[in-house]
Design a protein around this ligand. Structure first.
Ligand code: HEC
Length: 131
């Protein structure tokens, strides 16, 4: 009885490891293509009737956990290749976002205004978002 349980556990661990590897490969393949979209969908967009994290952050209502995730999301943006537009402009815009999100996380004075300026959807989309 004991040994069959051990076999089950071993099979289970193997399954978890296998699916983990598959997910990892999927992410690696999509990393450049979809990283930006993921960040947009996760932090800039929200289901109808709820505030996206970026709005909460502007209003000073984002939780420490949300701000931490936001910083991580913007790190991804800084490292991503823009689908359109000048890479130097992309670096500049995304670095400003990252810096502003970090200031929010640290509760610095004026951070919300800095973030509002950096998270200008249209200013970035008009240059870097494909039609
Ligand atoms: C620093 C630049 C930048 C800023 C700021 C920015 N975006 Fe984006 N966003 C992009 C880029 C680039 C894409 C296109 C990604 C692609 O097609 O690969 C995009 C795509 C999107 C998409 C489409 C995602 C999808 O699944 O195709 C949504 C929704 C979006 N942005 C919402 C917003 C909102 C709302 C704001 C403002 C609160 C915002 N974005 C601010 C760069 C930015």
């Amino acid at each position: 009885m004991k040994s069959s349980n051990q076999v089950m556990i071993a099979a289970c661990i193997a399954g978890v490891l296998a699916s983990g590897a598959a997910v990892w490969q999927l992410h690696a393949a999509d990393a450049n293509e979809d990283a930006i979209k993921e960040v947009m969908k996760t932090y800039h967009k929200a289901p109808k009737g709820t505030d996206p994290i970026c709005k909460k952050a502007m209003d000073g209502k984002a939780s420490p956990e949300e701000l931490k995730n936001l910083v991580a999301g913007y790190k991804v943006l800084v490292g991503a290749k823009p689908p359109k537009g000048d890479p130097a402009s992309w670096k500049d815009k995304t670095t400003k976002l990252l810096t502003a999100a970090k200031s929010l996380e640290q509760g610095e004075a004026g951070a919300a205004n800095k973030y509002k300026e950096a998270v200008n959807c249209k200013a970035c989309h008009s240059v870097h978002k494909p039609d």
